[in-house]
Design a protein around this ligand. Structure first.
Ligand code: SF4
Length: 151
């Protein structure tokens, strides 16, 4: 069943069912991934994002079968590369809402990745780009002391 639509151009009113794909879920009985999948499918309608603007990107492992089970766009990529693929997609299509799915591997090295667009302070970004590096790491530690996030 297709989601109910309101006014032209308005985000359709989705339900959890709209985010369930037609694929058989292949996780072990009792796997915690079922609860995560169900919670995400249940939450997506509340976000009010058109389904065609949503992309789930995963790496490898059991949890990375996730994009198959979401009725959105998705990409099951390769070992440890979900953040890189997601970053590339977000750079190419900043209008999309990109979600990364990963297991307990160190894909994000215990840190967070936030996608966004710099609307002010490009001089800071350029200064960081110019910082001397040793390989890929800056020679001296770079810290941002203040960042303002706008929605
Ligand atoms: S993570 Fe994979 S192996 Fe472990 S219970 Fe879930 S489906 Fe089975």
């Amino acid at each position: 069943m297709s989601p109910a639509t309101g006014a032209p151009g308005a985000t359709p009113k989705y339900t959890k069912k709209d985010f369930e794909s037609d694929q058989d879920v292949r996780w072990c009985p009792g796997c915690g991934d079922y609860a995560i999948l169900s919670a995400v499918q249940k939450t997506m309608p509340d976000l009010g994002i058109p389904r065609e603007d949503i992309v789930f990107i995963s790496g490898i492992g059991c949890s990375s079968r996730f994009p198959y089970y979401m009725n959105t766009y998705g990409f099951h990529t390769i070992h440890g590369r979900a953040p890189a693929l997601a970053t590339g997609l977000k750079l190419a299509r900043p209008d999309l809402k990109v979600f990364i799915v990963t297991g307990d591997a160190s894909s994000l090295d215990d840190k967070y990745t936030v996608f966004g667009r710099v609307v002010d302070g490009m001089a800071v970004v350029e200064a960081i780009e110019q910082a001397p590096v040793n390989g890929e790491a800056p020679v001296t530690r770079i810290e941002l002391s203040r960042v303002r996030v706008q929605r």
